[in-house]
Design a protein around this ligand. Sequence first.
Ligand code: FIX
Ligand code: ZN
Length: 423
Amino acid sequence: MTQPITRENLFRTVEQVVRDAKVTDVHTHLYAPIFGDILLWGFDELVTYHYLIAETMRWVDISYDEYWKMTKVEQADLIWKTLFLDNSPYSEACRGVLTTLQRLGLDASSRDVGPYREFFAGKQLEDYVDQVFDVANLECVVMTNDPFDPKERSVWLEKIKKAGEKVDPRFRAALRLDMLLINWDQSWHQLKEWGFDVTPDLNDRTVEEVQRFLREWIELMNPVYMAVSLPYDFELPEKSARAELIEKCIVPVSRETNVPFALMVGVKRQLNPGLRDAGDGVGKMNIASIDYLCSKYPHNKFLVTLLARENQHELAVLARKFRNLMPFGCWWFLNNPSLIEEITKMRLELLGTSVILQHSDARVLDQLIYKWEHSRRIITQVLVEKYQDLMATGWVLTEAEIRRDVDKLMGGNLWSFLEREFN
Ligand code: FIX
Ligand code: ZN
């Protein structure tokens, strides 16, 4: 489509360009097939996504323990009946299941889970990964890789390091450091067991050894970034092991290796422990902590996503002040059409194309299909409005420029951010 952009063909052009854009999904909880059964996929995993557990438990009177004692199929049947048959499934997580079924060519109107299960039972994982990446039109996804997770750790050390097996290049690593940073009183013991000469007080030797731990995992994983999910009351500067580990270990190694530090801030972990992964809540964080990091370490690169809606405007304003700050995604409780639209409009108005608009946070492979289908629709609508505003001034648009902008917004800004030198 090379004709000039007019008000008449604008929507069609933007819609096609957004659909054509091969997405870099900056944050997921997916794993390459080499990691085995910690990669979740298929109907019953889709339906027992923790978002849907939380929504189901609002309706049923069974205890949490009774729910957790059920088999995965029993849990899925309970959720399907409660949220899809006894109520209309218009919550974003419910709608997502139906979008995925539809985009895979299944009949969402039948409401019969039998054929859905048969469809997935017939799938061979490696082929299915191809199908999902094709339907969702993805370039690659970034995993969440935890060296303290025994199952995952053994794959990295046995299969990848020792046996030289390769990770599917569509699955890029992220070195996740929650265990190190948030549970230092336990993680230092584990580091010691692994042969790192550390003590609980962060003396110089311990700092050196934690840096060595980071370098070794960066060498093995080749991560796109180092990441941590921090609670809403996270503060920097602060007198804490967490703060010292960030400033004395992560920040210097991040700059030395050009592996950005991704901060995901705002969770109220385990408000309701009975719900397990579904039990987390949200709280407004103090943006001054991000301000402190970006201004004190101007040569470092920070990727940031915040969980509270109330933090989104100040994050966008802060990104205007610091070119080493790259906001990304509409995270978790923000990943809903009404909030994606609000946040995307605000970001384009404050940051232009210098932002990464979305990530999926997918925990189940098949979710990539719906999370990107839904986000693409909203991003298209918002972009059309913004381009219309430009055209109203007499500005002339080309399709090539729209493609350029969209590629940046849909993940390209991550790769160019990695190339930048903030000297
Ligand atoms: O910390 C995180 O990466 C969060 O995204 C998860 O803890 C959360 O459970 C999730 O998957 C939200 O979508
Ligand atoms: Zn996540």
